[in-house]
Design a protein around this ligand. Structure first.
Ligand SMILES: [Zn+2]
Length: 454
């Protein structure tokens, strides 16, 4: 007789969590603390700088990118003495849309963790803005002409792009710095996104070189509009873009965000888009992906192109209430991840043979050879409750079933389940129901066969 751990029948109906999908009161308190009044005040202040173009004034006390940068820095410093605020400076030569050699500054605030200080969860946005000259005609666009940036002093209020993300990240820093988390939280305001993702590219390159332990980055860019330029309205959906392939770590983060975000903010629907960004558009999550980090883009479902990179990207043309709801989703996901245990390891080195030492997923067909048997290396968290094994058909977008097993279990046998037809993952869950990101049982692509002929 085969031995199975427990619960499979009870859990078949649940789309994601076999345990009742509980709300951790500590996370709810943080979500509730995100204030529309504070976000609106941040948006008004960001608008008042007139422009945050990286080529605008760096010395004017009230106008331009320098004044905006100093204001954001001083606000962050004021939220809590526990927030470690640093200016991540880079000297960048005149190139492309950068009209003169310039010192660019990303603003970074760290809230050190209490248990896993060496793991970081980040939320980000870009605080710079851009105004472009008149849009191209369809003929000019087909001829390959590029829209040219307007003069740096042209009004570029950028309240939606990306004042909305900036205001949200600042509000998260304020609220979350009043609480403690197992992992370190990082709040990042990138610069020069509009010149070609430059601030994020330099940050990501340094982060890779330093081996920065960034577990996940939630990048918010344009989270202020609930009205589209074609008259469509939707204030209850938000898009999340994640890079291919379908089981990339960023795609797993997107699935996780949908599950946790919709649980804590039930008025919102998270629409996953299985591509790295909108068609032929870019964002700061991409340079992070390119350096090997797990990062996704959060963006409104509605866009009004007439108010992008123009003087009409104003507070009057966006919705602070919508931005607040998206900020609350970020708060729920970042808080849960920062409280959650480290993900269990689902890979082990091969013991012998020609591939000795290479890692392989801890998945097999069991003694019968017709079951799915999943193993993992135990997590070592003081408040660990157990593991959640996730399962979905290879053609399904979202996890379909989950099986909770207690912390002393080191494996799970699913009788009669074909390992060929499903994707499996395993998460570590703590006593408050905070789940880690999943480790997914994937084999590397098969190596090309070298055949010796004579
Ligand atoms: Zn943007």
């Amino acid at each position: 007789m085969r031995f199975t751990y427990f619960l499979p029948l009870l859990t078949l109906a649940a789309p994601a969590f076999a345990q009742p999908a509980t709300l951790n009161p500590a996370v709810t308190r943080i979500v509730d603390g995100v204030s529309m009044e504070r976000i609106t005040a941040n948006l008004k202040k960001l608008e008042a700088f007139g422009t945050r173009n990286v080529n605008s004034s760096r010395t004017d006390p009230d106008h331009g990118v320098g004044a905006a940068m100093r204001w954001i820095e001083s606000e962050l410093r004021g939220y809590s003495p526990r927030l470690e605020v640093t200016l991540d400076k880079h000297r960048v030569k005149k190139q492309g849309r950068i009209t003169a050699d310039v010192e660019l500054t990303n603003i970074v605030a760290r809230l050190p963790g209490t248990i896993n200080k060496d793991r970081e969860v980040a939320v980000s946005a870009h605080y710079d803005t851009l105004a472009l000259r008149a849009p191209l005609t369809e003929e000019q666009r087909r001829a390959g002409e590029q829209v040219r940036p307007a003069d740096p002093d042209t009004p570029a209020p950028g309240v939606n792009d990306d004042g909305s993300g900036t205001a949200a990240v600042m509000e998260l820093a304020r609220v979350m710095s009043q609480h403690e988390f197992d992992k370190t939280l990082v709040f990042i305001l990138f610069t020069a996104e509009e010149e070609g993702l430059i601030g994020a590219t330099l940050f990501a390159q340094d982060a890779r070189k330093q081996g920065r332990p960034l577990e996940a980055v939630l990048n918010n860019d344009i989270i202020g509009s609930d009205l589209s330029g074609n008259g469509e309205a939707d204030g209850a959906s938000v898009r999340v873009f994640s890079e291919d392939p379908n089981d990339s770590p960023s795609r797993q983060l997107a699935r996780y965000l949908k599950e946790v975000g919709e649980r804590y903010v039930p008025s919102m629907k998270v629409e996953l888009v299985f591509r790295s960004d909108r068609l032929a558009r870019g964002g700061d999550h991409t340079p992070l992906n390119q350096e090997g980090f797990t990062a996704i883009r959060i963006s409104s479902a509605m866009e009004n192109y007439a108010n992008q990179h123009t003087a009409t990207d104003t507070l009057a043309n966006m919705s602070p209430g919508y931005t607040t709801r998206v900020a609350k989703i970020n708060a729920a996901v970042a808080a849960t991840l920062a409280l959650a245990p480290k993900a269990p390891t689902a890979f082990e080195p091969i013991q012998s043979g020609p591939r000795k030492g290479q890692l392989q997923p801890m998945i097999g067909r069991g003694k019968s050879r017709y079951d799915a048997q999943l193993r993992w290396t135990p997590a070592t968290e003081p408040d660990l409750a157990g593991y959640l094994v996730l399962m979905r058909s290879t053609t399904q977008a979202l996890w379909e079933r989950s099986f909770f097993v207690k912390k002393d279990a080191k494996d799970l046998l699913l009788p009669g389940v074909s390992v060929d037809e499903y994707v499996f993952g395993v998460e570590a869950v703590d006593a408050d129901g905070n789940a880690s990101l999943p480790s997914v049982y994937l084999f590397p692509p098969r190596e090309k066969m070298k055949v010796e002929t004579y």
